[in-house]
Design a binder for this molecule. Structure first.
Ligand SMILES: [Fe+2]
Length: 341
């Protein structure tokens, strides 16, 4: 590939000499007589230029001014400044300003050629690295986007699965229609009022939808019985938290919901089931769902009794504050009027 060098010098003799020396080495050479001409040239040809040789002392724009402009407008193109013989200070200033190198005039052919080769090679390396870095970054961004999309799909699939499960639970028991999704709404509202982090809110959401999954195994005639339950039947009903936990145990995506499924009938005073946990031994997310579950159960028709009016249910929640329910959550439930959701 023929490399393209642009020389810029107001002295036609120097332009000519540089052109001859570089063409001999196989370079394609263009020449400009001042900064203005170089600017115009770059406006249309910059993509083809590999290096600029730039005189410092020129009429019109000085070499330094041109250096500054070209660096701003075409940062990819390396610039080698041409200084007067032995003018080390000017050369160093050019380097400080971002020139790739400087050459003292009159330039010897070997010095010119080795400088041009070195600067072009360094510039190629720099831009190769830049391209590689950009490619890496855009690949990384693409992977992150794909991962995000996969997670969103998974999240939707998880939610759809949870809703399908809770629908199945509700279909077992005609009286609990909509119970799981109402427990979800109240629980999430409490979680948000407590400013709980998103992952915990997701656990509360899934757990509240699945909390009664163990009822799937209970015969419908027991679930829908309108007369008092026998001790045996009560025992079967009370087994639903443990059987729910057994149902989800082998399912990886439901692991986080196990405490809510197993312990949503625990009570603060330790008289609940199945583990008789006391106070804060019951995880916060479980205490939240317990309260929401109990409130919704009271305010909807059941096989064995009609729905309680909201005011009565609220009084019942208050009277069980501390014994059955977490008193802080009861206060929150009342203060935020979450009973009216
Ligand atoms: Fe339950």
């Amino acid at each position: 590939m023929t490399r393209h060098i642009v020389t810029t010098d107001d002295d036609p003799a120097i332009r000519k000499v540089l052109q001859i020396m570089l063409r001999k080495e196989g370079y394609h050479v263009s020449s400009c007589q001042d900064g203005e001409e170089l600017r115009n040239f770059l406006a249309s040809e910059a993509d083809s230029v590999d290096l600029i040789l730039l005189d410092i002392k020129m009429p019109g724009l000085s070499g330094f001014e041109v250096l500054e402009i070209v660096q701003r407008t075409h940062p990819r193109i390396p610039i080698v400044m041409l200084t007067a013989f032995n003018d080390l200070d000017t050369g160093m200033k050019a380097i400080r300003m971002g020139a790739a190198d400087y050459l003292a005039k009159p330039v010897r052919r070997e010095t010119l050629v080795s400088c041009v080769e070195r600067v072009i090679e360094k510039s190629d390396r720099k831009w190769d690295e830049e391209v590689r870095r950009n490619t890496f970054l855009s690949q990384q961004q693409k992977l992150e986007r794909e991962l995000q999309e996969a997670l969103t799909t998974l999240h939707h699939a998880t939610r759809a699965t949870l809703e399908a499960f809770s629908e199945t639970i509700e279909q077992k028991d005609a009286y609990t229609k909509g119970h799981c999704s109402r427990v979800r709404s109240i629980s999430i509202a409490m979680g948000k009022a407590l400013d709980l982090p998103e992952p915990l809110l997701q656990i509360i959401e899934g757990g509240s939808l699945l909390h009664d999954i163990g009822k799937i195994g209970i015969p419908e005639d027991i679930l829908n019985k309108t007369t008092p339950l026998t001790d045996r039947e009560m025992e079967i009903i009370k087994g639903h938290p443990e059987s729910g936990e057994r149902i989800v145990a082998p399912i990886e995506m439901f692991q986080a919901y196990r405490p809510i499924i197993r312990n949503h009938h625990e009570r603060m005073d330790g008289s609940g089931y199945p583990d008789g946990l006391v106070g804060e031994m019951i995880p916060l997310e479980v205490r939240i769902v317990s309260l929401a579950d109990a409130f919704d159960a009271m305010t909807t028709d059941r096989a064995y009794r009609p729905a309680l009016p909201t005011e009565i249910a609220v009084e019942e929640i208050k009277s069980c504050s501390g014994s059955q329910f977490d008193p802080d959550l009861v206060n929150l439930f009342l203060d935020r009027e979450l009973y009216s959701l």
